[in-house]
Ligand binder design. Structure first.
Ligand SMILES: [Zn+2]
Length: 459
């Protein structure tokens, strides 16, 4: 198989040669040896499997080449909570109080530093695109910055510095609960009403590495009669729309009390569901909720490492996927940042719950983290190793202490069920190598950058 795209005459070609690559195939993805990947203008121009030895002038990539991973759900500043929130016990809601303390300490400059370091950690983990669910809009207390999108602009600049792509999911967050005003730490999340949110969000402009989407924080945070405004904003722009859904049973109970329907039903009634919408978590659903989500082809974003960290429960991902919902993955609170851990947790959670194996193949799990993840963030041209796609890819070592042994033919199974972020050796975004031999090429010392950015937030 050799496929060539129309290559503009004279454009420089960068040639990568991978020992092995996970490639699309009519019968499902396969691992092929000796794969040439030619890149022109940031896109894959040609893919040649079984091409023979690495030619002179090509960049040799030892290991398994897979599409870059899409981290479909992130709150960058939650990375500052790592470790701190593992002391003692507490609940989702006490965890949230700690999270608000860190949120209160951020300004546009310190958020730029923190997010750059977090996105650099993502790059080192093989992530090439992030969906940032952003609600930290204003100054503490709710005062507006001179640029009302100063925080969002910091989050657009940070991935440029870290070498990855972003979809900034600008989040509407208006109330503390059904009919409840924002609490003091939440004041900086609020725009007043959905029209004011829409006006501010409309000022954000896409860049080469950045696209703009929308989010409803949750049915708790956006009054029912204003949900349609956010949905309309996204629909007019054909932009992704994300929403936290039924992560906690308390949200379902409060929604039933306030509106007499489940959160999923409320979203459906206000036009929020659909194929451009991602419902994040979707943990506690009724049979009718599942039907509403599958009938509308809504995307389901699972965040298994966060859901287990916060003792949320296990959402019905398999059932939703079988009904036609694409499933994607996110590291959400960044308890860990490891897309391979997220992927295998989808299958392993189902095994624990059902006491049977074989719900998701390794190929299906890799697809969730790549092609479907990118599509859910509004990057449908990324997430596959084929001519015409964006040249975003990740190379995992197959000779590490974790991955050595299995035949390379089992590369997908090895990567998903035994590999980790620590096995990521190379990362290329838009044809540019941003991680080489496990070293970030743009951020000199990622651990120090993380340490300094987190320390800056501490009293
Ligand atoms: Zn979240």
């Amino acid at each position: 198989m050799s496929v060539t795209m129309g290559v503009s005459a004279g454009a420089p070609v960068t040639t990568y040669w991978a020992e092995h690559a996970w490639l699309p195939h009519v019968n499902g993805p396969v691992v092929e040896p000796d794969v040439l990947v030619e890149v022109v203008d940031g896109r894959i121009a040609r893919v040649v499997p079984d091409s023979g030895p690495c030619p002179a002038g090509a960049v040799r990539l030892a290991g398994l080449l897979v599409p870059g991973q899409a981290n479909a759900h992130s709150h960058a500043f939650h990375r500052a909570l790592r470790g701190t929130v593992q002391v003692g016990s507490g609940t989702f809601w006490t965890w949230r109080d700690t999270m608000y303390r860190f949120a209160g300490a951020l300004d546009p400059d310190s958020y730029l530093e923190l997010a750059t370091a977090v996105y650099a950690e993502m790059a080192l983990a093989g992530i090439t695109a992030v969906g940032e669910f952003h609600y930290l809009h204003h100054a503490p207390g709710g005062a507006r910055y001179a640029d009302p999108n100063a925080m969002g602009e910091a989050l657009i600049e940070a991935p440029a510095r870290a070498g990855i792509r972003i979809t900034l999911l600008d989040t509407c967050y208006l109330s503390s609960g059904f009919g409840a005003e924002l609490t003091k730490p939440q004041l900086r999340f609020g725009d007043g009403d959905a029209d004011a949110w829409a006006e501010r969000a409309a000022l954000l402009k896409p860049r080469e590495h950045a696209r703009i989407g929308a989010a409803v924080h949750s049915v708790r945070a956006v009054p029912a009669e204003q949900l349609g405004t956010v949905a309309h904003w996204a629909k007019m722009r054909k932009a992704p729309l994300h929403v936290h859904l039924s992560e906690q049973t308390a949200e379902n109970d409060a929604c039933l009390t306030a509106h007499g329907v489940t959160p999923t039903r409320l979203l459906a009634d206000h036009g929020v569901l659909g194929p451009l919408t991602s419902a994040v978590h979707a943990t506690h659903l009724t049979d009718e909720d599942v039907k509403l989500l599958t009938d509308s082809s809504t995307v389901i974003c699972m965040c298994p490492t966060t859901e287990r960290d916060l003792a949320d429960g296990i959402g019905p991902a398999r059932r939703l996927a079988s009904g036609g919902c694409p499933v994607t993955l996110g590291s959400d609170s960044h308890a860990v940042i490891d897309p391979f851990e997220e992927a295998r947790a989808l299958e392993l959670n189902e095994r624990l719950r059902s006491r049977t194996r074989g719900h998701w193949t390794a190929n299906a799990l890799l697809r969730a983290g790549t092609e479907d993840g990118h599509a859910s963030l509004g990057w449908p041209e990324a997430g596959r190793i084929e001519a015409g796609a964006l040249a975003d890819f990740t190379v995992l070592a197959l000779d590490s202490v974790r991955t050595a042994g299995p035949s390379p033919r089992l590369g997908a199974e090895t990567a998903v069920f035994a590999g980790s972020a620590a096995d990521v050796r190379h990362v290329v975004v838009g044809g540019r190598q941003i991680v080489r031999d496990g070293v970030h090429q743009l951020v000199a010392d990622v651990p120090s950058a993380l340490r300094d950015a987190v320390a800056a937030l501490l009293p």
